[in-house]
Design a protein around this ligand. Structure first.
Ligand SMILES: [Zn+2]
Length: 306
């Protein structure tokens, strides 16, 4: 199931008990559907749950007869068309929401959203009708695809004013439609919770946390790689010093108290100072090893001068 379908399936199962909110949700579904006029009231969805929820809600709120048809869309995708076929039913529904069905520009009737409690129900309906979302593993993006400019503007204004959520919606154009979209993991997660899709909201949060952990691991790995580089260049200097002794007179040329350490270093250029210290018969601390290797380098430099 796609992320968008999962959200819709979750939203479809929300049970709104207040009549005002149910009416507002129904209005959200119808207004952002494919058509909302005397000529036709219908909306198309690929989510069977959204289709079922919408047809039930429209019938319940308006008393109209609602039809649901199954169709095949692009790439063998099944979609559902929910529609009101009787013109008198359509007239009744339009009047109920304060529309006459002959408007040139479909506008939002704010009177339906007068009660504060209804806002989230209305937005839930709108999302069921025209919403979609990108998988949060890929991108944080939630969209409403709206055919009419004025409706897109109203929706964007409503989203911007949702109390306590700074959603910052953006409108863009795509293939003759208007897209009102939200970005940002936190914003999308908050908004989904606000609509009642708690599971989907948690999915976004989890994706975000995982991404943060992954970034931290990468940062740490980069840091460790840099340190390995430092260890390697220090070891190269030490080995160079040891080789000076070896060229002069073999291992015997190295003072006895430094010999074991020099051998270990020569054979294990990849070890850190701490590891090198632990590999000795009588283990040495990191600073002890450092001190001795410095001494070895100094002595080798003196050798060279003589
Ligand atoms: Zn309400």
């Amino acid at each position: 199931m796609s992320f968008a379908s999962a959200i819709k399936s979750e939203l479809s199962k929300q049970k709104t008990s207040r009549i005002c909110c149910r009416t507002a949700e129904c209005y959200g579904i119808l207004l952002f559907g494919r058509s909302f006029s005397l000529n036709g009231i219908s909306f198309t969805t690929e989510s069977p749950d959204a289709a079922h929820c919408a047809s039930q809600m429209i019938a319940q709120v308006s008393g109209a007869i609602v039809e649901t048809k199954r169709i095949l869309r692009r790439a063998e995708h099944t979609a559902f068309v929910v529609s009101v076929e009787d013109i008198e039913d359509r007239r009744k529904i339009l009047n109920m929401f304060g529309h006459d069905g002959n408007e040139i520009h479909l506008l939002l009737n704010h009177a339906v959203l007068e009660n504060e409690c209804c806002l989230s129900a209305f937005l839930r309906g709108a999302f069921l009708s025209c919403g979609t979302g990108v998988d949060p593993q890929k991108e944080y993006r939630l969209e409403f695809v709206v055919p009419h400019f004025h409706l897109a503007k109203s929706l964007s204004a409503i989203l911007a004013e949702v109390p306590e959520l700074a959603l910052q919606p953006i409108i863009s154009r795509r293939q003759g439609a208007y897209v009102v979209y939200l970005t940002g993991g936190d914003r999308i997660s908050d908004f989904l919770t606000y609509l009642g899709a708690v599971q989907s909201s948690m999915e976004v949060m989890q994706a975000k946390m995982l991404k943060e952990v992954r970034n931290n691991v990468n940062r740490k790995t980069n840091f460790e790689t840099a340190n390995i580089g430092k260890t390697a260049s220090a070891a190269a200097l030490q080995i160079e010093a040891i080789e000076r002794f070896l060229n002069l007179g073999g291992w015997a040329a190295i003072p006895e108290e430094l010999r074991e350490l020099a051998k270990k270093r020569y054979e294990n250029p990849e070890l850190s100072l701490r590891e090198l210290g632990q590999s000795l018969e009588t283990p040495l601390s990191r600073s002890g090893v450092n001190h001795r290797l410095q001494k070895l380098i100094e002595l080798s430099e003196k050798l060279q001068k003589h």
